[in-house]
Design a protein around this ligand. Structure first.
Ligand code: GUN
Length: 295
């Protein structure tokens, strides 16, 4: 393998060091940033993500509470919890872990979260601001991807970035960030999805390829050009009886074949994952600064 490994753990640590200074400044004013997470039901992956978010808060000495609700919680009950947190001045950030059980309307729930506490950046007001080029909270995974690219010197400016996946959490907001007239934007962007014809004709044109399809081996070595920079957003559980837990994690990219041709590539785990979490910490600190009048 000749590709440079893009180390998300290392970049996340650099960002944590920057955040510690801002947290110190808040603490000197008697403010501890508070992220409150709501988890509905017992989805195993969601439980892991929520506990990672809590640990990340603890590592930075942020206050974090997890509200665990049963899977049969009603829409109205969930709304009541969020409205209470909206009113509570000690809570700076509110995150409702997705996916929610199917009887709950997620879009409606997102709209209940106060936009100034929406540290996921999912509220339509925050999505609209992002599209308009006046962002407040940047969605965590897209912001993390852009930090990885820019901190490694792979600025998207003028590049053809091909995104595979059009989710509200990754593909759509990332495309919007990358086309902004900003130093970390100015890219030409193609968004591919399940109805795209001749996917590999498009992926082969990518200077920067971002895989966010949610399916292992969506991108293989024959689908990329030599020298491409590859960001793998996928986190897929693949059954594996040789592992004690019964599965291992794989990205959306076939690492072995793609890393033979890429100039740089993120590993899974240790690439985008740590970045998503640290960007959530950054948004929580920003929320605390805004709500305490510090910025
Ligand atoms: N589920 C998967 N990714 C995310 C995320 O970034 N935020 C929330 N709230 N739920 C998720």
């Amino acid at each position: 393998m000749s590709a440079i490994l893009i180390d998300g753990k290392k970049v996340a640590e650099d960002i944590r060091a920057e955040l510690r200074l801002r947290i110190e400044r808040l603490k000197n004013k008697g403010i501890t940033p508070n992220l409150t997470v709501i988890l509905v039901g017992e989805d195993p992956a969601s439980q892991v993500y929520v506990s990672m978010k809590k640990k990340a808060c603890e590592a930075l000495e942020l206050f974090s509470e997890t509200i665990r609700l049963p899977a049969q919680t009603t829409q109205e009950e969930l709304v009541e919890h969020i409205e209470r947190l909206n009113q509570d001045p000690s809570v700076h950030g509110i995150l409702v872990q997705m996916p929610l059980p199917s009887h709950i309307n997620s879009n409606q729930i997102i709209e209940v979260i106060h936009p100034r506490k929406d540290v996921d950046g999912f509220h339509p007001i925050n999505v609209g601001r992002l599209v308009a080029g006046t962002p407040s909270f940047l969605p965590c995974t897209p912001a993390g991807v852009i930090e990885l690219l820019t901190r490694y010197g792979y600025t998207p400016d003028g590049k053809h970035v091909v995104i595979v996946g059009r989710s509200n959490i990754v593909g759509k907001p990332l495309a919007n960030l990358l086309i902004q007239k900003t130093p970390a934007g100015n890219a030409t962007v193609t968004v591919c999805h399940t109805h795209t014809k001749n996917l590999s004709d498009l992926t082969r044109q990518a200077d920067i390829l971002i895989a966010a399809a949610g399916r292992p081996r969506t991108i293989t070595g024959d689908m990329v050009k030599k020298g491409v920079v590859v960001i793998d957003v996928g986190v897929n559980r693949v059954d594996d009886p040789t592992q004690k837990r019964g599965y291992h994690l794989e990205g959306d990219v076939d690492f072995a074949s793609v890393s033979e041709k890429a100039a740089a590539i993120t590993p899974v785990p240790g690439g985008v994952g740590p970045m998503t979490i640290v960007m959530l910490m950054k948004n929580t600190v920003q929320a605390a600064e805004e709500q305490s009048g510090l910025i």
